[in-house]
Write a protein that binds this ligand. Structure first.
Ligand SMILES: Cc1cc2nc3c(=O)[nH]c(=O)nc-3n(C[C@H](O)[C@H](O)[C@H](O)COP(=O)(O)O)c2cc1C
Ligand SMILES: C=C(O[C@@H]1CC(C(=O)O)=C[C@@H](OP(=O)(O)O)[C@H]1O)C(=O)O
Length: 391
């Protein structure tokens, strides 16, 4: 079983992840991870923090001479911003004088962020203690863990890509069924990670407008995964359904509020004949579906057709023109606190979505096939592909 934990505050010294259960013998170098960390940092609409950071992963264990050992892999990513926060975020107690000097308590929770609920839950009177960990800075190391999963997928000839479908009401015009490689290369060219060049420009204008108004905007991202073996996941128990795991993984990304597979919510308005995908077989492809309206899943299992999953991100909660809130000390109404913030992080969030989907698929593969050794895993997957084709 593959699993990982993450640790680290947004303005602490570093982010850390320990990843366990990766097959031994997988080729892995730091640049395999750094490539994805750099992709996550990009995107029109980000705040100043991304200019401070240049995220790079250090591999501290579990890899020797470019190959995984099968032992736990520890990765760290430094926060360059930490040097500005050493006193505020230090782990040692402060003297009374120091406390006065550095401790501007956050007592005006931001509507839409984790501040108030986190404060109530853990009894913090300074909501910095909440926002430091609830910050999406943590998604850095989730992308790092996802990069390891992406390496497994790549070596099994499974292609994955993400792109932005919508920002602030501007929708991309997208040809459905575009190959993942094409989506990846086209979306990399756009500052908002959108494959429709005209929509990209409109999205940038919408972001500029929101920023100018002290506001924020959200959007929709899509992840596409091709050449996934059929029959990953299971129908036998609720916690083995792979579509449910992927949905939970996307919902776990900060600010994500909904998930759709294939036609998604549109299915509510269509008859079955226009939703279900007809089954066919051919010598070269084996079983396939004549369409992919269900987005690659039936019965909690992969169909072998591309997985097509969308997630919706709400607008960023921190507003430069803040909404009304209540000061938790005085209980008086106040404007919410302003922390340095992004106006739109949908393009970055698309890369996070790709990473968490890659992770769930790699986990499903490692659960289902011999996974102590990567060479055996590859062989088992190939055998399964041949079996499924002729089944
Ligand atoms: C990549 C990324 C960047 C984000 N940047 C900000 C930000 O700068 N300011 C902010 O208030 N929220 C930001 N968020 C959203 C908050 O982290 C999120 O709304 C908060 O953790 C509360 O969780 P919830 O929205 O899932 O309920 C970002 C989210 C992502 C995925
Ligand atoms: C640091 C990242 O995103 C941060 C996510 C975030 C939040 O509240 O979620 C708030 C901001 O943090 P800061 O106050 O340091 O500018 C974002 O920049 C990142 O994505 O690496």
């Amino acid at each position: 079983m593959m699993r990982y934990l993450t640790a680290g505050e947004s303005h602490g010294p570093q982010l850390t992840t320990i990843i366990e259960g990766l097959p031994a013998g997988l080729e892995l170098v730091a640049s395999d991870i750094n490539e994805h960390l750099a992709r996550r940092q990009k995107g029109y609409g980000r705040g100043r923090r991304m200019q401070i950071e240049t995220d790079q992963a250090q591999i501290l264990s579990g890899v020797r001479h470019g190959k995984t050992l099968g032992s736990p892999i520890a990765l760290v990513v430094e926060n360059k911003d930490w040097t500005h926060w050493t006193k505020i975020m230090g782990s040692e107690p402060l003297s009374d004088d120091e406390e006065k000097e550095v401790r501007r308590k956050i007592t005006r929770p931001r509507p839409g962020h984790a501040d108030l609920n986190g404060g109530i839950k853990y009894g913090h009177r300074d909501m910095r203690n909440v926002l430091e960990r609830s910050s999406a800075r943590e998604t850095t190391v989730r992308v790092a863990a996802g990069a390891l999963a992406q390496k497994i997928l790549k070596d099994l000839n499974i292609n994955i890509a993400c792109h932005v479908r919508e920002i602030g009401g501007v929708q991309a015009d997208v040809i459905e069924g575009l190959p993942a490689k094409e989506i990846r290369s086209k979306s990399e060219e756009s500052e908002v990670r959108c494959i429709d060049a005209e929509a990209s420009e409109k999205m940038k204008t919408a972001i500029d407008e929101a920023k100018k108004n002290g506001d924020s905007i959200g959007g929709v991202v899509e992840v596409v995964v091709e050449n996934v073996p059929a029959g990953l996941g299971s129908y036998v128990h609720y916690d083995k359904k792979l579509d449910a795991k992927i949905a939970a993984a996307i919902m776990s990304i900060n600010a994500f509020k909904g998930v759709e597979f294939g036609l998604g919510f549109e299915m509510a308005r269509l008859p079955g004949s226009q939703v279900h995908d007809e089954i066919a077989w051919s010598e070269e492809q084996g079983y396939y579906r004549k369409s992919n309206r269900l987005g690659g899943f039936e019965g909690g299992m992969t169909t072998g057709m591309p997985i097509v999953v969308k997630g919706v991100m709400k607008p960023i909660p921190t507003l430069y023109k803040p909404l009304e809130s209540v000061d938790i000390d005085s209980k008086e109404p106040f404007s919410a606190s302003i922390e340095r913030s992004d106006s739109c992080a949908v393009p970055a969030a698309a890369v996070v979505a790709e990473a968490v989907v890659a992770w769930e698929i790699a986990c499903a593969i490692c659960d289902q096939f011999d996974s102590d050794r990567f060479d055996q895993l590859k062989q088992s997957v190939e055998q399964h592909r041949a079996y499924a084709k002729d089944y």
